[in-house]
Each structure stands twice: as structure tokens, then as C-alpha cells.
Design a binder for this molecule. Structure first.
Ligand code: GLN
Length: 182
């Protein structure tokens, strides 16, 4: 298995470390040539969604990434990566997102929460995070924190509003690997 990590901006290196710990081959996508490599899945990291969006357009990656996801490339988006998949950006998932949803004071926080399909509490680091306001057709809610949806899945697309790559716990990444294998 070989996973592409979008590395235009943000916390891509942490995802790479996570995959290396799990023994999963991966490569960074910084431009169109990188993107053309063979891949079994894609990770879109956290960062700044406006910047990532602009770079996707500037590098002529937007339509290619979108069409590969729509034709079945499994994808995992964290935080800004979640925003990128919503109906206002790549629009591959039926979710509407509220950005910077917790206000300035509570912008960043840590908690532990439940995650459907994983037993035990998951450490969740939120950094100026979004949450999912509404979902429709085919979206399964996987985690709710303080009444807000913070993880969801639609087919082979997985999103979390928190950053599993910033904690030692590898279980959310392993969950994604199981999705790819199916
Ligand atoms: N606030 C960022 C945005 O709106 C997301 C923050 C993050 O990815 N940690 O894009």
C-alpha cells in the first residue's frame, strides 16, 4: 500500500511520521508531477484551508484531486483537510462545515472522546478547528464532542476535525488503513 500525503502547507510531516510508525509506504505531494505517482489513498492534513485551496488551484491540482476522490480514491482529511472535502471546497462529501467554530478563546483544546468503530477513548487535539454542521446522504457520524460532529465517514472518505497525527495514538490512522483495505 502506498499513501499520498498532500504537502502544500500545514501538518503533513506529522502524518508522514504516523504512517512510518505504522510501516506504511508514503510520499509527499507538492506538485502535479508528484500527484501523478501511483497511490492507494490520499491524506489531506490540517493547516489553513484558504491557503491549501489556493495552492490546489495554482498548481492545477484541484480538478485532478477531486475527480480521483469521486472515482473512489480513499481520502482522510484532518481539520483543514476536513474543510477541503466539504460542499464549499472539493465537494466530495455531503457535509457543511463551520470553520474556526469554537471562537478565539476556545480555539484550541484537548479532550478524549468516543469514536464509532474504535474501542476506548481517543485523544483529540483541536486547533482552531471546524466542526460539521450538517450532513446528508451517505454520511455516517463517527464522533460527537460537546454536541458537535467532529468525525464522519462517507464511503471511503474519512474526516476528523481534530488532529490524530499530533498524538501518539495510531488508532484513527489504523481505522483509515482498514477502510482502504476493504
Ligand atoms: N482554522 C483552519 C482553517 O479554517 C483549520 C485549522 C487546522 O487545520 N488546524 O482552515
Amino acid at each position: 500500500m502506498r499513501i499520498a500525503i498532500l504537502a502544500l502547507q500545514g501538518a503533513f510531516e506529522e502524518h508522514r511520521q504516523m504512517l512510518l510508525r505504522l510501516g506504511v509506504e508514503n510520499f509527499l505531494v507538492r506538485n502535479l508531477d508528484d500527484w501523478k505517482q501511483k497511490k492507494d489513498a490520499l491524506i489531506i492534513p490540517g493547516g489553513e484551508s484558504t491557503t491549501i485551496l489556493k495552492l490546489l488551484y495554482d498548481l492545477s491540482l484541484f480538478d485532478l484531486v477531486r475527480s480521483e476522490i469521486l472515482t473512489g480514491l480513499p481520502v482522510f482529511g484532518t481539520c483543514a483537510g476536513l474543510i477541503m472535502l466539504d460542499s464549499n471546497h472539493l465537494a466530495t462529501m455531503n457535509i457543511q462545515v463551520k470553520r474556526n467554530a469554537y471562537g478565539r478563546q476556545l480555539g484550541s483544546f484537548f479532550t478524549e472522546g468516543d469514536f464509532i468503530g474504535i474501542s476506548g477513548k481517543i485523544p483529540m487535539t483541536f486547533i482552531r478547528a471546524p466542526y460539521i454542521e450538517t450532513t446528508c446522504n451517505g454520511v455516517e457520524v463517527l464522533s460527537v464532542v460537546n454536541g458537535n460532529i467532529v468525525a464522519a465517514r462517507q464511503g471511503s472518505q474519512l474526516v476528523t476535525a481534530f488532529h490524530p497525527e499530533l498524538n501518539d495514538d495510531t488508532r484513527v490512522h489504523e481505522y483509515f488503513l482498514r477502510m482502504i483495505e476493504k
